[in-house]
Design a protein around this ligand. Structure first.
Ligand code: SF4
Ligand code: MG
Length: 336
């Protein structure tokens, strides 16, 4: 049987003034009910584009999507806009990085939470208002009945993020996509928001995709992890597997820029030197080869010419052998 969300061989291309961008290039992943998948990568790795495609929020005139996105058995890639609109906010919802763009400055917070509830459930104004207050209370806004009448600018950044979560969850979505939900917040508030998401997930049994460039954010929040680079998944596994014994050189670099996890290591790894490739003309072979220090270990021209495949289940898209993947990281962090 299929997972709750199943993405198969997804390609997303769009036109820009400079040419066609291959933003997502053959992506596969699955998400079960009640589980959290972290998608990690630098900006431009395709993680946000993937999720806009799932939600049907891409610009349809400029974007070409191929592949399969099945949500609870329903195919989304070819679904007409009215179908997607019905699903959005109801069965699937999104939390954005910036609550100021997601919340309108012109309406009270309570009204903005009540509206989608009215739209999707046909509840009365009074019922919807009641529901909005309940949701604000649930996400930890004190004096929710009073604060519901405030405008977004009267809320702090952390409270706006909570309000946005309340808005996203008001119709009990089964899939929640959170794109860098805590990036704009300070570390303490970040941790509170992530805890809140976990708590709410435990109450509702929803599935979550958490998109981030920060491996520190995923460590305590997600079950499975997908590492993306240049529009492809380069490594996948449980969060424990990937953080404890990462197998892709790019993941090694990401981990190196996260000192918290390397605390049992004498010297922190250096972050990946270089910049992500242009998706207007992605490098042939392994897209990571221009930045990779291990092409010689693979030998010959292989990294530059042959595209490595990501195996199903635990693994990395890299020509290094499983043994090399396992041992090289351990050697790298061995104190000298
Ligand atoms: Fe590096 Fe080659 Fe592995 Fe790509 S396939 S990550 S270039 S070793
Ligand atoms: Mg993004």
């Amino acid at each position: 049987t299929r997972a709750f969300l199943s993405v198969r061989d997804l390609y997303v291309r769009f036109d820009t003034e400079d040419g066609v961008v291959q933003a997502v290039d053959g992506l596969d992943f699955e998400l079960e009910r009640g589980r959290t998948l972290g998608i990690v990568g630098e900006s431009g790795s395709g993680k946000s584009v993937t999720n806009l495609a799932v939600l049907g929020l891409h610009d349809r005139r400029r974007t070409e999507i191929r592949g399969e996105i099945l949500l609870d058995g329903q195919e989304l890639t070819g679904a007409p806009e009215p179908t997607l609109e019905k699903l959005r906010g109801n069965k699937m919802a999104m939390i954005f990085q910036d609550s100021l763009t997601a919340l309108s400055p012109y309406y009270t917070v309570g009204r903005q939470i009540a509206e989608p509830f009215r739209k999707h459930t046909g509840a009365s104004r009074r019922e919807a208002r009641q529901r909005a207050v309940e949701m604000l209370d649930k996400v930890g806004i004190p004096h929710a009945a009073l604060r519901a009448d405030d405008y977004p600018h009267q809320f702090s950044g952390g409270m706006r993020q909570r309000a946005m979560i309340a808005m996203a969850l008001v119709c009990d979505p089964e899939l929640l996509i959170a794109d860098e939900p805590t990036t704009a917040l300070d570390v303490t508030v970040q941790a509170q928001i992530l805890d809140l998401l976990k708590d709410l997930q435990q109450q509702t049994g929803s599935s979550i995709i958490l998109i981030t460039h920060d491996l520190g954010v995923v460590a305590h929040t997600v079950d499975e992890l997908l590492v993306m680079y240049a529009g492809r998944a380069v490594e996948r596994g449980t969060v424990r597997e990937v953080l404890r014994s990462p197998r892709h050189p790019y993941t090694w670099g990401l981990l190196g820029s996260m000192p918290r996890l390397a605390s049992d290591v004498e010297e922190p790894l250096t972050p990946v030197p270089g910049t992500p490739p242009s998706l207007l003309a992605p490098p042939p072979g392994c897209p990571f080869h221009p930045r990779c220090a291990f092409t010689a270990a693979v030998g010959g021209d292989r990294c530059r010419t042959e595209r490595p495949r990501l195996p199903a289940g635990r693994g990395a898209a890299c020509h290094l052998t499983d043994d090399q993947q396992r041992t090289t990281f351990a050697e790298q962090i061995k104190p000298r």
